[in-house]
Design a protein around this ligand. Structure first.
Ligand code: TYM
Length: 334
């Protein structure tokens, strides 16, 4: 059997990734790259669906790539590249947009949330077609599995629908991909507001853990995380969202289950528990942070690695795109 293909990506929309990106996605990527032929992109074309400062966007793109590598994505094993370096993404997105329903795209909850947040005048058509570009990312590589946090599941479902629709109309051009959502840690919540997802675009950053933050800042944020007055370390997502979230984070970085954590902290207070979470998170993040900053000290080398990988991605993506162009009936340039 040939090796199955994996595809995933993240937006370079902040100077640092946040703990949700790391736990919900990067940790899965790192493990899965051993088993799959993996492609990981920094999706800069997605990032510009909301306004970005050009110089900052370039820097954030490098920083995101550096964090992938620092977290253990090996650019000699996996294909780690910048989305805009491979022109086929935008081209396939156009083709797919012609088979996507307007209502279908309008039902995407992330679009509805974002367009509500930015208001009609600041909502671009790009934000609306964002999931179609994501479908193009995935389908260009004949992807079998897409590891993502659960907020992206709906987009992968749309990708499957578009692949099936295209294949039914034009013949088997695409593999129909499956989402892979991590058990238990698919959604990390804000430490101050544990019923909202941890997000780079949160209004306040007091409850957001950044991978590249100084460890003292991370430590403080964990010690100040919202809990409850019950005082027992017990997993109850509805009644005790703050504690449940800290348990999820702790469980992910120490590879332990909720039941094991409940046993470990039976009869002990939140102070002890938070210190353990703090130490575990700092121990996990610190080497990643140090390595990312080292990589960023040599941007020319980073750019070189990204260029080599973009060439590998280009070859795969071009093959799919020219097959799609033929199937759709676009006349070849003579
Ligand atoms: P993005 O950049 O918002 O997030 C990157 C990855 O991190 C996960 N994630 C979380 N997981 C758990 N808890 C959280 N609080 C949390 N916040 C973010 C996301 O689920 C995601 O897996 N559209 C995508 C990027 C993308 C993509 C793709 C992904 C573009 N093309 C193709 C897969 C395949 C996005 O905006 O992710």
């Amino acid at each position: 059997m040939t090796t199955q293909r994996l595809y995933s990506g993240m937006q370079p929309s902040a100077d640092s990734l946040q703990a949700g990106n790391y736990i919900g996605a990067l940790m899965q990527w790192r493990n899965m790259q051993e088993e799959y032929d993996a492609f990981f992109s920094v999706v800069d074309l997605h990032a510009i669906t909301v306004p970005q400062d050009p110089a900052e966007l370039r820097e954030k793109t490098r920083r995101t790539a550096a964090q992938y590598i620092a977290a253990g994505i090996e650019p000699s094993k996996s294909t780690l590249y910048v989305q805009s370096h491979v022109r086929a993404h935008a081209e396939l997105a156009w083709i797919l947009s012609t088979i996507t329903g307007f209502g279908e795209a309008g039902r995407m909850t992330q679009f509805k949330d974002k367009s509500q947040r930015y208001g009609e005048s600041a909502t671009s058509v790009g934000l609306f077609t964002y999931p179609v570009l994501m479908a193009a990312d995935i389908l260009l590589y004949q992807t079998n599995v897409v590891p993502v946090g659960d907020d992206q599941k709906q987009h992968v479902e749309l990708t499957r629908d578009l692949a099936e629709r295209f294949n039914a109309r034009f013949g088997e051009a695409f593999v129909v991909p499956e989402p892979v959502i991590p058990q238990g840690s698919a959604r990390i919540y804000d430490l101050q507001n544990p019923t909202s997802k941890m997000s780079k675009s949160a209004d306040s950053h007091a409850g957001v853990l950044w991978l590249l933050d100084d460890v003292s800042v991370t430590a403080k944020k964990i010690m100040r995380a919202v809990t409850d007055s019950d005082g027992t370390v017990r997993y109850d997502r509805d009644a005790k969202p703050g504690v449940a979230n800290l348990m999820t984070i702790y469980g992910a970085v120490t590879d332990t289950t909720a039941a094991e954590i409940e046993d470990e902290f039976a009869g002990r207070g939140y102070g002890d528990f938070k210190k353990a979470v703090r130490d575990a998170v700092v121990a996990e993040f610190e080497p990643v942070r140090t390595r990312a900053l080292e990589l960023l000290d040599d941007p020319a080398e980073l750019d070189r690695v990204l260029a080599v990988n973009a060439a590998k991605a280009d070859a795969v993506a071009d093959a799919t795109l020219s097959d799609v162009y033929d199937r759709v009936g676009l006349l070849r340039r003579g």
